[in-house]
Write a protein of this length. Structure first.
Lengths: 503, 464
């Protein structure tokens, strides 16, 4: 290389004098402190001392920090190696999908008893209603599998795999509106700014595949509704390389991977090395760890130029796989196609794959909306579970399905024989998990006859997050990051592992 | 008995262990100064000795008062407490005496010739040591000091080994070891926290200040188990904060003993109707083979692997990850397509490299790496494996026969391999095996259905 940069140098006279001071400090730092630090380092086992500085890009030495985790993780034997979290954004109606309440049929149109609502706060959308008429689901429910789990006919494909699922019917959360609720689920706090679950896991456990991001998010293009924003898969205060990388929902999940016309790409490595050197100098001058994160991301992008086309190419998938995921799966960016892509990413040991599907916000036309949403997602979800199972991946892959809250038993707006709307309901809703370490064919928790309050085994959002980390071998109380003077964790000061759903 | 002592007195009493160290320090320091003064023939230390003695005397007096307050809690063995109590008071008095001689406040002509200073100081040090020793015994238990001493170690009562779970006395073999490990440090014959001791069956039956420790057959009313089941933040939770809590398995055993064994101290496992869960926990505790096959395979105890060995393995292309921090238990992955039919010979050498840590590997993935039957012979030596991924390799039934000796495997991935239904026999031999993934093999659905009727067999998971 023919550069002659080894330090940042300024043309400005004032700055030059500052730079001289830097040089003097540098000298002292490198001589006195440096030697002291080295001596200390050898006392404290060098590995731990340099461990924190290590993740500068490109330094993929053979052993890597892979064999021994510098954070002292995992705390116990993990069950899960990777996870696919199928986020159903908007708040799917548990009453029209899984939480079957036959007694509601007789109470059709009656006002929800005050004893049940018990003064619970409602959203501004239905708080002014003069009546809260009970809306029994118009969908038909049947029991399936050996586990006799109730599923409505909106999800015919999922009903085939109920014996692999663990339903949690007593989920509850703190927030009642989309943005705080989804932020709460993803980061453990209703206020934005904390790291997402995937970022915590990336930070805590590192990568299993150096050529792909540890945390990838996919938003399906055939759902629309309440907005999603990149901070949901953001790293918050964790180092930036742990943020989720969003793949676009289209033909090219990552743009500009191919070489432009008339460029063979041969000197790219050289260009990046030089860039890295410049960034390294900037880091020496300013000491901003974000510069290291940037270096790491450039290197990741370079490796992704070969790894991403490889993993996103579905052309070698046989027809019967596409058929299982449904016709949508041939249309890149749909939920079904993203499910298939998720399987491929998981096969490559991407640790955390997060899918989002919007549009589960049925304030009006609930039966029709639920059916429509199910039509777009049911086959993909079921196929993903089957596909992971037949490949043996359900052994150590966790599948999570759920939204940010549930929906009310009373109708928002007009209730008719065939139609009703449902408002947001944080006090009880259903999620399901499958795979690594959770009981298959199992239902946990129970709601009252109205599906309004939990009467048995409630699971709070923080409990769910604690359980998720537990399955990865992490004690949620011990994975912390110090920021602005205090140590933060995903579950803040809450959360209990739901041991009853674990194998 | 308990209610008569105000909380505030007990609160102050708990400062006794802190304050007692003051007189110990003062007095030993005075003694050292005295020795130093004599050795150097330097009388300059005299004032300091006097001061140290006064400090020692006053702090000893305070310690006595606090100690008395602490003793009111009634948590300690009476006779040992008495000795400590009187020695403590004696020490304090002697210290005051020594100080009065030294300061000249007390002038006894008869003692003049007896080098009173040295004599009284020696006595003080001896008394302090004795008092301190008894105090230590009270807090830590009388076997604390010499437990790890190289001499005179008493052999613990060793239970005769048993081969069958049925022969194990529930209390002696299962309950007592738990109480010993988790409870007896505070509840023994010397230190009876809450008046309760788990020293032997008589003590346990006697119960504590709050009544009986257990009610046979009634877990909810059995204090010793109820308290372990509370929320860990609850005031009554046992063991208290800072001590190791009981595991779920241990709680199950205690519950079983009280509920099903009627808290009998003699009954043997064989005489009881034992739920499978208890059988498997008990088998694990006693290191017996778990006949139910239900329990999670216990994690093997592994020695740490040398960094050099890990580096060597990583250089060979394996990914190595420690599964629990500093447990010495590892996951080893050879990335897919690392080996193909072109460089198939290399795999033999690579697997050889794993042998130095063969007992440390519990998850192994060699998928899509041209693994052949001969390689499974090497893998057969990895006796602690729990999860094995061998999919997409040209493995046949012959290879499977090589790994049937590994009883700890629970999940075995063989999809898209060349195995057939004749491997079923071998799967049954693998006691821990729960799931075999066999999609894309010669095995048919019909074969799986008929195999499903057998007992104690793993689930064979097929695909579309």
């Amino acid at each position: 290389m023919c550069d002659h940069h080894d330090k940042l140098r300024s043309n400005n006279r004032d700055l030059q004098s500052i730079e001289k001071q830097w040089d003097r400090r540098e000298f002292f730092k490198k001589t006195s402190l440096g030697i002291g630090a080295m001596a200390l380092g050898s006392l404290l086992q060098s590995e731990k001392l340099w461990g924190a500085v290590n993740p500068v890009a490109g330094s993929i030495d053979s052993l890597n920090s892979f064999a021994k985790n510098k954070l002292g993780l995992p705390h116990h034997l993990p069950k899960a190696k990777r996870i696919v979290y199928l986020f159903q954004s908007g708040g799917p109606s548990q009453l029209d999908l899984f939480d079957y309440k036959p007694k509601l049929k007789d109470m059709f149109g009656q006002d929800l008893p005050d004893s049940i609502r018990a003064g619970q706060r409602l959203t501004g959308m239905s708080a002014d209603q003069t009546a809260f008429p009970i809306a029994a689901s118009t969908l038909n429910f049947k029991q399936y599998g050996e586990s006799r789990a109730w599923v409505s006919d909106a999800m015919p494909y999922l009903s085939e795999v109920v014996d692999d699922l663990c339903f949690i019917k007593g989920m509850h959360t703190d927030a009642i509106n989309h943005d705080p609720a989804i932020t709460f689920f993803q980061t453990g706090s209703q206020q934005p700014g904390r790291p997402s679950i995937g970022s915590w896991i990336s930070y805590g456990l590192g990568s299993d595949n150096d050529n792909l991001p540890t945390f990838i998010s996919l938003v399906s293009k055939n759902g629309s509704g309440q907005p999603l924003y990149s901070r949901l898969w953001g790293n918050g205060f964790l180092p930036t390389e742990h943020q989720g990388v969003q793949f676009r929902s289209g033909k090219d999940p990552v743009l500009y991977l191919g070489d432009p016309e008339n460029y063979d790409g041969n000197d790219r490595r050289q260009m990046l090395d030089y860039l890295k050197k410049l960034n390294g100098m900037a880091y020496d001058a300013f000491g901003d760890p974000e510069i290291n994160a940037r270096i790491a991301q450039y290197e990741m992008a370079y490796r992704m130029q070969t790894s991403v086309p490889d993993v996103t190419d579905t052309s070698d998938e046989p027809d019967y796989i596409f058929d299982m995921y449904g016709p949508d799966s041939r249309n890149p960016g749909t939920y079904a196609a993203n499910c298939l892509m998720a399987r491929k990413l998981l096969e490559k040991d991407v640790k955390f794959v997060q899918l989002y599907h919007q549009g589960w916000d049925q304030h009006g036309n609930c039966p029709g909306g639920v059916k429509y949403q199910s039509k777009n997602t049911d086959q993909g979800t079921a196929a993903l579970i089957k596909d992971l199972k037949q490949r043996g991946m359900l052994e150590d892959t966790l599948v999570v399905w759920g939204g940010e809250f549930g929906r009310t038993v009373y109708s928002q707006g007009q209730l008719t024989e065939t139609n009703y709307g449902r408002d947001h309901h944080p006090k009880a809703f259903t999620m399901f998990m499958a795979g690594a370490g959770v009981k298959p064919g199992f239902t946990y928790g129970e709601t009252d006859d109205f599906g309004y309050n939990i009467i048995k085994d409630p699971v709070h959002t923080h409990d769910f997050q604690a359980t998720l980390l537990h399955l990865f071998g992490i004690d949620h109380e011990r994975l912390t990051f110090k920021h602005q003077g205090r140590r933060y964790r995903l579950t803040d000061v809450h959360g209990d592992v739901v041991k009853d759903i674990l194998i | 008995m308990e209610s008569s002592v105000p909380d505030f007195i007990l609160f102050l009493g708990r400062f006794h262990p802190l304050v007692v160290h003051l007189p110990i320090g003062f007095l030993i320091f005075a003694f050292i100064l005295e020795l130093y003064g004599r050795w150097k023939r330097d009388s300059g230390t005299s004032l300091a000795i006097e001061f140290a003695l006064l400090g020692g005397a006053l702090s000893a007096a305070v310690a006595c008062v606090l100690g008395y307050m602490l003793s009111l809690s009634g948590d300690y063995d009476e006779s040992m407490l008495d000795t400590h109590f009187w020695f403590g008071i004696a020490t304090t008095l002697v210290v005051f005496f020594a100080w009065s001689i030294r300061s000249g406040k007390l002038n006894i002509t008869k003692l003049k010739g007896l080098k009173p200073n040295m004599a009284s100081l020696t006595l003080v040090v001896v008394l302090v040591s004795i008092t301190g020793h008894y105090g230590g015994n009270l807090t830590h238990g009388s076997d604390y000091l010499v437990k790890y001493a190289p001499f005179g170690r008493k052999e613990k009562v060793v239970l005769p080994p048993i081969d069958k779970l049925e022969d194990a006395a529930v209390y002696d073999y299962l309950v007592n070891p738990i109480l010993d490990a988790k409870c007896a440090s505070c509840h023994n014959s010397n230190k009876k926290k809450g008046g309760l001791s788990f020293q032997d069956s008589i003590d346990i039956k006697k119960g504590g200040k709050n009544g009986e420790a257990f009610i046979a057959g009634n877990v909810a009313k059995s204090e010793m188990i109820r308290r372990t089941m509370l929320d860990p933040h609850h005031e009554d939770y046992m063991p208290p904060e800072g001590k190791t809590p009981l595991t779920d398995e241990e709680k199950s055993i205690l519950t079983f003993w009280i509920e099903k064994a009627n808290a009998d101290f003699r009954v043997k496992m064989g005489e009881l109707e034992t739920p499978e869960e208890i059988t498997s926990i008990a088998s694990n505790m006693l290191g017996l083979e778990d006949v139910t096959g239900k329990s999670g395979i216990p994690l093997p105890k592994a020695v740490q692997v040398n960094e050099e060995i890990l580096k060597d393995i990583a250089d060979a292309g394996f990914k190595v990850r420690e599964l629990i921090f500093e447990s010495g238990l590892y996951e080893v992955v050879l990335p897919p397509h690392f080996i193909s039919s072109k460089n198939g010979e290399e795999l033999d050498g690579k697997l050889e490299k794993l042998l130095p840590m063969k007992d440390n590997i519990i998850w192994l993935s060699l998928k899509d790496n041209d693994v052949r039957d001969r390689h499974l012979k090497t893998i057969g030596q990895f006796v602690n494996l729990q999860k094995v991924e061998l999919e997409k390799n040209p493995i046949t039934d012959v290879g499977i026969a090589e790994i049937t000796g590994i009883q700890s495997i629970t999940g075995l991935n063989l999809y898209q391999t060349k195995i057939t239904a004749s491997s079923f026999e071998n799967f049954i031999k693998m006691k821990g095996l729960k799931r075999v993934y066999a999609w894309g093999t010669a095995i048919t659905e019909a074969e799986v259905t008929s195999f499903a009727e057998k007992e104690n067999r793993p689930a064979i998971i097929m695909g579309m």
